[in-house]
Design a protein around this ligand. Structure first.
Ligand SMILES: C[S@@+](CC[C@H](N)C(=O)[O-])C[C@H]1O[C@@H](n2cnc3c(N)ncnc32)[C@H](O)[C@@H]1O
Length: 235
């Protein structure tokens, strides 16, 4: 776990630049529209942004008048998130905590959880899902979006059906990201094992590739592959 925390601490300030105030292109054009659709009404609700990173979603949810708690295992991510929240005058409770423990979050205290591009980064997936289930109120909702595991680059010796700890360089980052490849069926099984009902599923893709800001790179790859999967889970 220490290597995972070190990895994210090291990347926090660059992450803030990459994701910016509103998310990167993949988030803005592909997955965020699905996320907001799956999330539904949030005004007046208590939302947990699990693995909030530098907090772009936390701020947007707070602007929609939700009460937002943002947790991240990386102290530096939380520091960036607090700075960003302050810049935006948002009242968000950002805390250092692990999704796999959620020690700072009481049971049955949360209406909705957003977990955006985090599950594939967790060494302990089942611990996280069990705790998501624990902290949600009865009939609570979790929206989980993560990198599509069917398109992970695998070396000759790596098998899709294995769980594999991987390292990858991405974008302009100068050091590797650590993540955990798992087959899609593992996620499905773990959602069920934690007690969730899988209510909806999607493979987000931009609806309008000609929208202003949709970059050439994205247009070239448009519909070549799915970049992420989105699950709507009910307690
Ligand atoms: C790919 S980033 C996504 C951040 C944010 N949700 C976003 O969409 O910009 C993954 C985040 O998960 C956090 N993370 C990794 N392992 C975690 C854990 N066990 N508990 C909480 N956060 C974790 C990292 O520190 C990082 O901020």
């Amino acid at each position: 776990m220490k290597d995972v925390i070190d990895c994210w601490n090291e990347k926090a300030s660059q992450w803030r630049t990459l994701v910016g105030d509103k998310g990167d292109s993949n988030r803005i054009f592909n997955s965020d529209p699905v996320l907001w659709n799956f999330l539904g009404e949030i005004t007046g609700k208590t939302i947990l942004d699990a693995g909030c990173g530098t907090g772009y979603l936390s701020v947007q949810m707070s602007e929609k008048l939700a009460t937002v708690i943002g947790v991240d295992v990386s102290e530096k991510m939380i520091k960036e998130a607090k700075k960003f929240g302050k810049e935006k005058n948002a009242q968000i409770d950002f805390r250092v905590d692990s999704c796999s423990k959620l020690s700072s979050v009481p049971s049955q205290s949360i209406d909705k959880i957003v977990c955006n591009y985090v599950l594939m980064d967790l060494p302990d997936l089942s611990g996280a899902l069990q705790n998501f289930h624990r902290v949600l109120k009865p009939s609570g909702l979790a929206v989980c979006i993560f990198t599509h595991p069917c398109f992970t680059e695998l070396s000759e010796s790596e098998m899709y059906f294995d769980e594999i700890k991987k390292k990858d360089r991405w974008g302009r980052f100068t050091s590797d990201f650590i993540y955990f490849h798992r087959p899609l069926s593992t996620y499905w099984r773990e959602f069920k094992r934690a007690g969730f009902q899988i209510e909806n599923f999607d493979e987000p893709i931009a609806q309008d590739p000609f929208a202003p800001g949709f970059q050439d790179l994205w247009r070239k790859n448009y519909r070549k592959q799915a970049w992420s999967v989105a699950f709507r889970l009910i307690k």
